[in-house]
Design a protein around this ligand. Structure first.
Ligand SMILES: Cc1cc2nc3c(=O)[nH]c(=O)nc-3n(C[C@H](O)[C@H](O)[C@H](O)COP(=O)(O)O)c2cc1C
Length: 485
């Protein structure tokens, strides 16, 4: 992961924990009701991919245990990890692109209901993404993948040479001379792995995205309702298709790019189709970015425009994240694919303890506050979920008291201790196992390995019935917490 050059080390400072009575009287543990969205408390576990699905995208017992473990801490809501809306192979990521995925997903719903005594609401994050290839071996790229054209021949002065000679000359060319011969997308394919963009309108399936995505999202939302989820979160954030439509880097000229209105068109059309499929009594919200955090990307002012438009169009909640883009990602190793959390924008999404003067805690607060204020100024009451470095009760309470958020997201803090909510609520805050923001979990995610936390994954490994990672070295869920009284 990228680190800010200042390399200032930060430690979480949770501050004072409340007594049970103080927690009872707090904003954080007060209910929220708006339209179909009804939360017992204003605590929220945002989507986190734990890499526990089968290769075919089905739910496993490990997925079920994972979500039941979060639910035992009784947050107001849990959002199930990014789940693919297409029926195409996408490795061990959950899918909802066909009815055959519904029974497995229903088992997660049932487990969450049971573990939380029906208190925790369960939403599912619906994602679409475009193709990305692994970074190739140069010999393979020049030997096979690259389509040799006149442009390459001219640049190399090999007009009449056989193709094999052109390929060999390209492979022998020093790295710094490659930009003289390859265009930007060829260079990217070689150095990072080829990646489709929403602006690749010369590709028929990319040009057609506005025609196909509303139905794909709507069918997925119908299945989510059938599986018993309390609602859906449309994934309009980070490096994926819908966020790329919203991005200021989207220059499509077919009415779906360019101006803010045009960039928001497809996300609004998706919402409309989803809404007409699941009805007004079902929760439909989205996650999107308060800022892209890349050169030429969307700014907070763009996000204000989108937030007001989404709220007006009837989103039931807006969950704000930031950054997490491919555009500034680190070069992957040969044979690996780029990961959107390795550059400066990735740092903004999941800031680690080595940081700059601003530190890793609350970088999303002020941008989110501006977006929420604009939504309220437009006369709309849509709840805003704010996430990013929240770990303390006082910090969360202050965020709500200052009206910068309506609901508080705890991602890594709840991964470190899914009982955070139960402990703090019952006056046992001093028993919280505090996330150290070392991004051990994020590194596992990058390697597509089962996500765990270093605070608990080697604890009581010989406990009867404990399920472990494939290599047998780490436990998959933290030990249960037993309240002292
Ligand atoms: C292991 C891991 C997986 C994640 N997967 C997702 C995901 O599927 N969808 C999503 O919107 N965000 C995902 N995130 C981002 C988190 O939801 C959250 O926005 C981020 O960690 C910052 O919040 P925090 O400081 O409370 O951890 C993931 C984060 C981690 C650590």
């Amino acid at each position: 992961m990228w680190r800010p050059p200042q390399k200032i080390k930060w430690k979480p400072k949770p501050g004072t924990w409340p007594s049970r009575e103080q927690a009872d009287a707090s904003r954080l543990f007060s209910p929220l009701q708006r339209g179909p969205l009804a939360l017992a408390t204003r605590t929220w576990v945002p989507a986190m991919v734990p890499w526990r699905a089968t290769e075919d995208g089905f739910v496993t017992q490990d997925n079920i245990d994972w979500y039941a473990r979060f639910a035992a801490g009784r947050p107001g809501a849990v959002v199930l990890e990014a789940t693919g809306i297409r029926d195409v192979p996408s490795g061990p990521l959950l899918r909802i692109g066909h009815d055959r995925f519904v029974p497995g997903l229903r088992r997660v719903v049932d487990a969450v209901r049971e573990a939380s005594g029906g208190e925790t609401k369960l939403f599912i994050q619906l994602i679409d993404f475009l193709a990305i290839r692994r970074r190739p071996e140069p010999a393979k790229y020049f030997g096979r993948h690259l389509v040799v054209t006149e442009r390459h021949r001219d640049a190399l002065g090999l007009a009449d040479a056989p193709e094999a000679a052109v390929r060999a000359a390209l492979l022998a060319l020093p790295d710094e001379r490659l930009p003289e011969v390859l265009d930007a997308s060829e260079l990217e394919a070689l150095r990072m792995g080829a990646r489709e963009r929403v602006t690749d309108v010369e590709l028929p399936h990319v040009r057609e995205l506005p025609r196909v995505l509303p139905d794909l999202f709507a069918d997925a939302a119908r299945r989510a309702r059938e599986a018993g989820f309390d609602g859906v979160e449309l994934h309009y954030a980070h490096a994926y298709t819908m966020a790329s439509f919203l991005s200021a880097r989207n220059t499509r000229d077919d009415g779906y790019g360019g101006s803010r209105e045009n960039r928001a068109r497809l996300p609004l059309e998706v919402l409309e189709r989803v809404r007409s499929t699941v009805g007004n009594d079902y929760v439909v919200g989205c996650r999107y970015l308060s800022e892209d955090c890349i050169d030429g990307g969307s700014t907070v002012d763009d996000a204000i425009h989108f937030g007001v438009a989404f709220a007006k169009a009837g989103m039931d909640f807006l969950s704000l994240s930031r950054g997490g883009k491919f555009d500034d990602a680190k070069q992957p190793a040969i044979g690996a694919s780029a990961y959107p959390y390795t550059g400066p924008s990735g740092y903004e999404c999941m800031p680690a303890h080595v940081s700059d003067e601003r530190g890793p805690f609350g970088r999303n607060f002020e941008p989110s506050a501006r977006i929420r204020r604009a939504i309220r100024a437009a006369g709309l009451t849509t709840p805003v979920v704010v996430t990013g470095g929240v770990h303390g009760f006082e910090q969360a309470e202050a965020l709500l008291a200052s009206e910068r958020a309506d609901v508080v997201g705890f991602a890594r803090a709840s991964l470190a201790d899914p009982d955070w909510f139960m402990k703090v609520r019952t006056g046992h805050g001093d028993a919280v196992a505090m996330c150290i923001y070392a991004n051990y979990c994020e590194a596992l995610d990058e390697r597509h390995e089962e996500v765990t936390c270093q605070l608990w994954d080697r604890t009581a490994l010989d406990e009867p019935g404990v399920r472990k990672t494939k290599d047998g070295k780490r436990r998959l869920t933290p030990p249960a917490w037993v309240a002292p009284d």
